[in-house]
Design a protein around this ligand. Structure first.
Ligand SMILES: C[S@@+](CC[C@H](N)C(=O)[O-])C[C@H]1O[C@@H](n2cnc3c(N)ncnc32)[C@H](O)[C@@H]1O
Length: 242
């Protein structure tokens, strides 16, 4: 190999090493934030059992911290979570401290049962209700959408806080799967309700929020983007007005 080619090959490898190092440094920053957020959660809640298996499918500690702060600040009487799990535990502990009740919907019967068992293991069954509601077809302005079967919802008082973290978008053929939340729940939301959107930096959720904002009166109260290292997957907090 000629000397110039060797030099190019070495420089190319060096670039790749430096890019990998930048990725690692960014991941470390995210990880440190999650550790901080986890310590903060344990500082604020006296957990009766360990809070395990966060991140990945489950809500990350940073988003749980955002959710907890808004619950503590606004003391919602009725919380509805689309996609339950760790978030339901944190919301239920907050309801135990402040009053209120959390309802969490899951489209999957097994995950719904798991969530119910966890709520019971933490001694929170009086503060949280897990609802299994499979996905069925809904028509919104002539378009077909797969979303939770509303017939499984109990009669709810107006919802003061809606946490949008389901249905699971992963491997689902329909894009913007979480869009129906506002068109279908509009009549059930209290004036001034908070809407907390997890995974807000994902392409699907960006488009969902943009479409909601053209159709409904929403104010952005908080926008923690992954791009600026403010959160792992992005989280937005919106205020609903009639
Ligand atoms: C983003 S997750 C909801 C996470 C929830 N808010 C939490 O704090 O754990 C959305 C849905 O994914 C499904 N799910 C949860 N864990 C899963 C896993 N390990 N594998 C596949 N699907 C999962 C459940 O049906 C859940 O409602």
């Amino acid at each position: 190999m000629a000397t110039d080619d060797k030099l190019d090959a070495i420089l190319g490898k060096l670039d790749a090493i430096m890019a990998a190092q930048r990725t690692l440094a960014a991941e470390q920053r995210i990880l440190y934030r999650q550790v901080e957020a986890l310590f903060a959660l344990y500082g604020q809640i006296d957990f009766n059992a360990p809070l395990l298996d966060m991140r990945g499918w489950a809500t990350s500690p940073d988003v749980l911290g955002v959710l907890l702060r808004w619950i503590q600040r606004e003391r919602p009487a009725v919380i509805l979570e689309l996609g339950g799990g760790r978030s339901t535990l944190v919301s239920a502990y907050a309801c135990q401290q402040n009053g209120g009740h959390v309802y969490a919907i899951d489209h999957d019967a097994d995950f719904a049962e798991l969530a119910r068992e966890e709520i019971a293991a933490h001694g929170l069954s009086d503060h949280a209700t897990i609802i299994h509601a499979p996905l069925v077809e809904h028509r919104i302005d002539g378009e077909a959408w797969a979303w939770y079967d509303m017939a499984h919802l109990p009669d709810l008082p107006p919802i003061d806080l809606l946490f949008v973290d389901g249905p699971a978008q992963h491997n689902h053929p329909q894009s913007m799967l979480r869009y129906p939340a506002l068109p279908l729940l509009a009549g059930l939301l209290a004036d001034g309700a908070l809407i907390v959107v997890d995974d807000a930096d994902r392409e699907h959720e960006r488009r969902v929020v943009a479409r909601w904002r053209t159709a409904f009166k929403l104010t952005v109260l908080q926008d923690l983007s992954a791009e600026y290292g403010q959160s792992e997957k992005g989280v937005k907090v919106l205020r609903w007005a009639r």
